[in-house]
Structure formats: structure tokens, C-alpha cells
Design a protein around this ligand. Structure first.
Ligand SMILES: Nc1ncnc2c1ncn2[C@@H]1O[C@H](COP(=O)(O)OP(=O)(O)O)[C@@H](O)[C@H]1O
Ligand SMILES: [Mg+2]
Length: 391
């Protein structure tokens, strides 16, 4: 915001002075110096308070001593309103000590009535400074506002991404069960039928076709089972996090020739279902990266807890990578796995730290036992009915 310069507009002056004559002299001098003062004169605390309440002022010109009122009291009165209006003491005489104490109390300047020509420049200067202060306050307010908006947008984004992950987990669970129960059972039925046909077949050409079909159905069944397990391993609900991780890592490592696994897990305290799910998903992402990128021969997973905090480390001895550059690429939307790990962790109030150099890559996952503010009911995932009871 920029105000017109004091020369171009009416200067609203509150004069605190008991002398009408002195006031008139002052105003005349201001007019001579190019200002256009619109003034009101008061000389008691009451009338000054009223004027401050009702009017809006550019400057207060105040006498030092008046009958029944003083410059010091006037200054205090102005300060009590909290308004940032320049306060200039304009007085016939003032002792040095009094002047110093008035300046200390916040008067912007003091001028002698005999030197009236100093008044206009002082007013211009003080108004410029007051305008600068106003601008600073506005800038600070704008900064606070935009900071608040940013924080609110971040909160919304986080809620949204939490919601998306929640929906994703539910979808995965439904798909997983659908694949396992419906597709899996249908394929198993088909397999049994083909087996029966094979036993009855006499024509060698038929037999060959049936045998091929049995093999294909067997492969599809295995793929469907793998898919279903990847989508939502029942071990997580049935056996808890550590066992599910072990089972998952064993399977994953077995699929990569030349890769071996060292797995260590402490007995864990009870963890919130969301934390278990998030941790599992993060390890899944880390293991998929090892399988796809690391060219490692060893994976080490350690599962431990430090009081109420869950700590899981996934380490490999592969070729390593530039973590910083990967984050930069992730921010540009080019690869999301590593960022996704962080996001999942932060959704339950935890952190993922990745360190990497050739031969030593570590993904360190630290999660609280429960997401902040969560109750056991607030689970991302409803376990399959009675799954946990059966465990
Ligand atoms: N364990 C690892 N060993 C070597 N490189 C890795 C490892 N994990 C991640 N990377 C590197 O970081 C990149 C980003 O990983 P990520 O964000 O999961 O995306 P994506 O797996 O889709 O490429 C990978 O392309 C790979 O170059
Ligand atoms: Mg990845």
C-alpha cells in the first residue's frame, strides 16, 4: 500500500494545546510550508480521548504543559490506544531532562514553538516513517497469512493423501480376497476338471492338449496367488508384522537368483494396525527396489523397537545410488517410490531415512506404535472378519 505524499492531501492534525493563538500560528506556518492541515484542538484528557476515538489522525502536535493536562499524559493516552500516530512535542520551553524523558516514552521529536519552520519537515519525515512502519506491519501480516495458507494447504494435502492410501488399502484387500477366493477357486475347479479329463483321455493328441492346459492353469493359479498375496498378505492380519515381513522377504529373495537374506526380529509390542500396514508397505517398496535396481547379493532386515518406537532397517550390499538426486527427481514426479515411503511414514507420524553408497544402502524406518491421536478403531484396514481372533 502506498499513501499519497503528505503534500498532496489533507493533513489530519490533532493539536493538544491550551492556546488557540499558538495553534493558529502553527497551522499558518504549516500552510506556508505547503501542507494543508485539517486540525482539531483539544486540551484535556477527556477531549483528547474522544478525538482519538472518533477521528483518524496523521499526526499529534502536543504542547508540553497545559493547565490540568500535560504532554506526558497526552503521550501516555495516545500509547494506550495502541495507534501508531506520530507524536511531536511542540512547546514554548522544555528542560533537557523533560525532553529526554518524553523521547524515551515514545515521542517522535520535540520542537520549539519559536522554530516553527522545523515543523513541516519534521511532520513529513515522521509520516514517511509511520508509513514505512505500516507497510512493514502489513508485509508481516501478509507473510503470516500466506504461511497459514500454505500450512492449511499442506494439511489438506496430507489428509487427502491419507484418504487415498486408505481407499487404496481397502481396494487392495477387496481385490486380494476376490482374486484368492473367486478367481483362485474357479481356477482350482478347472484344474481338477482337467486332471479328471486327463485320466480319462485315450487319444494321445487330446492328452497332450490337456496336459498343456493343466500346466497353464497351474501357472495362472500361482500368478493369481502371488498377486493376491502382494496385494494384501493375510499374514499381516494373522501373524503380525514381524512374521509377515519375514514371510514376504523370504518370498521376494527367493525370486532373485543369487540373493540371500539375513532376517532378525525382536518381539514387538502391540502396534496399531495402520502402523503395521504402513511399515509393511514401506518394506515392500524397499525390497522391490532392491530386486529391481540394487544388483545385491545380501539383504539384511532388522526389526526392533526402542520403547514405543518401531525401528525397521532394510539394508543391501548392492551398487548403491545417489539419494539426493533421487529425491530431486522424485520432487519433479519422475520416480515416486522413495517419496512414497516418506509419505507413508509421515502419515502415521514416523520417518524414513535412506542412506546409500556402493555396497551399503540402508532404508531406516522409524514409526510410533500408533499414529498420533489414533484410537484402535481408526484403522486404515479392517482385518478380514475374525482374522485376528483366529491367530
Ligand atoms: N536399493 C537400491 N539400490 C540401488 N538403487 C536404488 C535402490 N533403491 C532405489 N534406487 C534408485 O533410486 C531410483 C528411484 O527409486 P524409486 O523412487 O523407488 O523409483 P523406481 O523404483 O520407480 O525407479 C531407482 O530408479 C534406482 O535408480
Ligand atoms: Mg521403486
Amino acid at each position: 500500500m502506498s499513501l499519497p505524499s503528505p503534500d498532496q492531501f489533507l493533513l489530519r492534525v490533532l493539536v493538544v494545546d491550551d492556546s488557540e493563538f499558538d495553534t493558529e500560528l502553527m497551522l499558518r506556518q504549516l500552510r506556508r510550508d505547503g501542507l494543508e492541515p485539517a486540525a482539531e484542538r483539544v486540551c484535556t484528557a477527556d477531549s483528547m480521548a474522544r478525538a482519538l476515538d472518533n477521528g483518524s489522525w496523521d499526526v499529534v502536535l502536543c504542547d508540553y504543559s497545559m493547565p490540568g493536562f500535560s504532554g506526558a499524559e497526552a503521550l501516555q493516552l495516545l500509547r494506550d490506544t495502541g495507534k501508531d500516530i506520530p507524536f511531536l512535542l511542540v512547546t514554548g520551553t522544555i528542560g533537557e531532562e523533560a525532553a529526554v524523558s518524553m523521547m524515551k516514552a515514545g515521542a517522535q521529536d520535540f520542537l520549539l514553538k519559536d522554530h516553527a519552520s522545523r515543523l513541516a519537515p519534521a511532520i513529513r519525515r515522521e509520516m514517511r516513517e509511520a508509513q514505512g512502519r505500516r507497510q512493514q506491519r502489513e508485509d508481516a501480516r501478509a507473510r503470516v497469512d500466506s504461511q497459514r495458507e500454505l500450512e492449511a494447504a499442506n494439511r489438506q494435502l496430507r489428509q487427502l493423501s491419507g484418504k487415498i492410501m486408505q481407499v487404496q488399502e481397502l481396494e487392495r484387500e477387496l481385490l486380494s480376497r476376490g482374486l484368492h477366493d473367486d478367481v483362485g477357486q474357479a481356477l482350482t475347479g478347472l484344474q481338477l476338471q482337467l486332471e479328471a479329463l486327463r485320466r480319462r483321455a485315450t487319444n494321445p493328441a487330446d492328452l497332450k492338449g490337456i496336459e498343456d492346459s493343466v500346466q497353464i492353469v497351474g501357472q495362472v493359479l500361482a500368478q493369481v496367488r502371488d498377486l493376491s498375496l502382494d496385494l494384501r498378505p493375510p499374514q499381516l492380519d494373522l501373524l503380525g508384522l514381524a512374521a509377515a515381513l519375514r514371510w514376504y522377504a523370504d518370498r521376494k529373495v527367493a525370486a532373485v537368483p543369487g540373493l540371500s537374506l539375513r532376517f532378525q526380529a525382536e518381539t514387538l509390542p502391540a502396534l496399531h494396525a495402520d502402523v503395521e500396514t504402513m511399515c509393511f508397505r514401506i518394506v515392500q517398496e524397499a525390497m522391490t527396489n532392491i530386486q529391481r535396481h540394487a544388483q545385491a547379493s545380501q539383504v539384511a532386515i532388522t526389526v526392533s523397537h526402542n520403547g514405543s518406537q518401531l525401528e525397521v532397517m532394510v539394508a543391501d550390499n548392492g551398487r548403491g545410488f545417489d539419494v539426493r538426486e533421487t529425491y530431486e527427481r522424485a520432487v519433479r514426479g519422475e520416480s515416486l517410490g522413495v517419496l512414497n515411503m516418506q509419505e507413508r511414514a509421515s502419515l502415521v507420524g514416523g520417518k524414513v531415512e535412506v542412506q546409500s553408497r556402493p555396497g551399503d544402502t540402508r532404508v531406516m524406518i522409524r514409526l510410533p506404535g500408533a499414529p498420533p491421536g489414533a484410537t484402535q478403531k481408526l484403522r486404515i484396514l479392517q482385518p478380514p472378519p475374525s482374522a485376528r481372533d483366529k491367530a
